[in-house]
Design a binder for this molecule. Structure first.
Ligand SMILES: [Ca+2]
Length: 607
């Protein structure tokens, strides 16, 4: 449902005459988006001169996970070349975890403003009223594709196809639990089974998309899942890295990064052969700090932390041709929120005033001599199920302020102490204690800003039954267990399932304005020798029952190099039942079964 649109649309309309002539209007129905946008494309100004844009985003690769960072345990020649022959931002910041970073890259806003405050249980969902980078670019005449990880909402209208991507092959969850076999989904949310190497499949699909004959420029987001866990990688890459004396976990992580590096090299070769590279701008970024304790150039913290190691990542923009910014190293701090305004600036679209980010193009002008300073603080919030201002951090080029707890303030002199060894707020060294007044001032600035970003009205929206173009998958980790029902893992990360589903049951919050009767497919596991009855019910009192025959399901064999913490994929049993009536205004679909132990439910699909 549309919640945030009026503010942004109004801003857009007020900031530029061109926007007055051709409004970027967002509809909640994905089909309408597609039709209206294609009309807008026809009316747009000439697309001549607009570059193609390829945005490569990796998952959980930290600042130190590149050979160019002095890490002699990894070989990343293609990533290094991309960053070093483009404009390399050496102080670039994202959020501590996946989904908020992606929401900021796509919206130009700090993630709490978009609703994407966490990574699972629908708290990764970006409100559909947020205008996204692909939506802006479609207005400028681009065709748009996402290949890989989305992680900002699994169901329509939050699905990538509801948020501006015309083509999509990937997964909407926080992580995919098998690199070699599984079920991806496409832009219609149809299941697309695959067998192969996920990193290669995503690269090939992106390559095919970019090479399609078209009069339109493209925007391609290639969002690799590697090196996110599970640690799975082909023998070729494992064997090479395995000679370097690392732990099995780090061997696997580096091998996964080298697998991406190889794919990037091949992809750029293919684009060059197709004559596309000379007019393609390439952005490279990672989405948070390293997913483990490994080399990170002395930075403190890892993925999930608001310290430098959790949020400072490699970022570069390689311009096509002989652009003066190529080959430059930029030290002015920049962030994920700057991508949208930078790209809008580049393609001559108006930049909404309410965005948190700024265009980085002025930094990239020929006369730039590194004195340009955006004169601002860049924030990072450690988020959970609900937004809290701590832990959080705020930095400029010289100082880092950290709010560690409700009243726990830290200050670091970032230019002299990038490893955060000396907390100025706690020091007894007189020459540093003089800076504590600065820390107190930064604390006030941080508190004032943090109080403005939370949008509890956008967090964890119900599942909109009216927006989907086809079947609606209600995944367990998008729902809520009740009473004694629980997830296999405590938190209910992506791919998890309801365990010991009994009479307390579990439910999914929904919204609908239509009356419909659904056929329901249930994916489950049931131990013992006796069938159980599963009751599906809405809060309006409609229900339907289905008998579940015993089904002791098995794990799908996986090629993990080290034991994983997340749940394993399974081959689930399936039953179907017709006649679940949903009334307008329903707010909940629940499942329950008399008895308790032994019944697990992975998902239900409404058709
Ligand atoms: Ca990540």
């Amino acid at each position: 449902m549309r919640r945030f649109l009026p503010l942004l649309l109004l801003t857009l309309l007020c900031t530029c005459d061109r926007a007055m002539e051709s409004q970027i209007v967002k509809e909640s129905d994905s089909q309408i988006v597609r039709e209206s946008d294609s009309q807008a494309v026809g009316e747009a100004d000439s697309q001549e001169g607009l570059p193609n844009i390829l945005f490569i985003l990796t998952d959980d690769q930290g600042y130190g996970d590149l050979s160019m960072m002095g890490n002699d345990s990894i070989e990343t020649p293609n990533m290094d070349a991309l960053l070093q022959t483009g404009a390399f931002f050496d102080h670039f910041y994202v959020s501590p975890v996946c989904a908020p970073t992606r929401a900021s890259f796509l919206s130009g806003l700090y993630a709490p403003r978009t609703g994407a405050v966490f990574v699972t249980r629908r708290r990764e969902t970006m409100d559909d009223g947020i205008l996204t980078l692909p939506e802006y670019l479609r207005h400028a005449g681009y065709r748009t594709g996402l290949f890989g990880k989305w992680h900002n909402g699994a169901t329509f209208p939050y699905h990538p196809a509801g948020q501006g991507f015309e083509e999509f092959l990937g997964f909407t969850l926080g992580h995919f639990n098998d690199y070699f076999e599984g079920e991806l989904v496409n832009e219609r949310d149809e299941i697309v089974p695959f067998v192969g190497d996920l990193t290669e499949i995503l690269t090939d699909t992106a390559s095919h998309f970019m090479q399609q004959e078209s009069s339109q420029p493209f925007f391609c987001l290639l969002a690799y899942q590697a090196p996110h866990t599970p640690v799975q990688v082909s023998d070729k890459h494992w064997d090479r890295v395995n000679q370097r004396g690392l732990t099995p976990y780090n061997t696997g992580i580096y091998a996964m990064i080298e697998s991406i590096d190889e794919q990037i090299g091949q992809l750029l070769d293919e684009l060059e052969e197709a004559g596309k590279l000379e007019n393609t701008l390439i952005v490279f970024a990672t989405d948070n700090g390293p997913n483990g304790d490994r080399y990170r150039v002395g930075l403190k913290g890892t993925k999930g932390h608001v310290d430098e190691g959790g949020v400072r990542v490699p970022f570069g923009i390689k311009f096509p041709g002989e652009h003066p910014a190529n080959g430059r190293k930029i030290v002015t701090p920049a962030a994920h929120i700057d991508l949208v305004p930078t790209v809008l600036d580049l393609v001559d679209l108006p930049i909404p005033e309410k965005l948190d980010g700024h265009s980085l193009l002025p930094l990239l002008q020929p006369k730039h001599n590194d004195t340009f300073n955006l004169n601002r603080y860049i924030y990072a919030f450690k988020q959970g199920y609900d937004f809290k201002p701590y832990p959080g951090s705020m930095r400029d080029r010289n100082f880092l302020y950290v709010l560690r707890g409700p009243d726990k303030h830290e200050l670091y002199q970032l230019d002299k102490d990038p490893g955060q060894r000396t907390d100025i707020m706690a020091t007894k060294q007189a020459f540093l204690a003089g800076l504590q007044a600065r820390g107190r001032k930064m604390a006030e600035t941080y508190a004032a800003f943090a109080s403005t970003v939370a949008r509890p009205d956008l967090v964890a929206p119900p599942i909109d039954l009216d927006a989907a173009p086809g079947p609606i998958r209600l995944l367990a980790h998008e729902g809520e267990p009740r009473g004694k029902t629980h997830f296999m893992d405590k938190y209910g990360w992506a791919n998890d399932f309801f365990v010991d589903l009994g009479s307390d049951g579990a439910y999914w919050p929904v919204e609908t304005e239509k009356a419909r009767s659904y056929r329901v497919k249930v994916r489950y596991h049931l131990e013992g020798n006796t069938a159980r009855t599963l009751v599906l019910r809405t809060d309006k009192g409609n229900d339907v029952s289905v008998a579940l025959p015993p089904a002791r399901t098995t794990q799908i064999p996986v090629a993990d190099r080290v034991k994983r913490k997340e749940v394993y994929p399974r081959r689930w049993a399936e039953v179907e039942v017709s006649g679940l009536s949903i009334s307008p205004g329903s707010t909940e679909i629940s499942i329950a079964s008399a008895g308790r132990e032994g019944l697990w439910v992975k998902e239900i699909t409404l058709e």
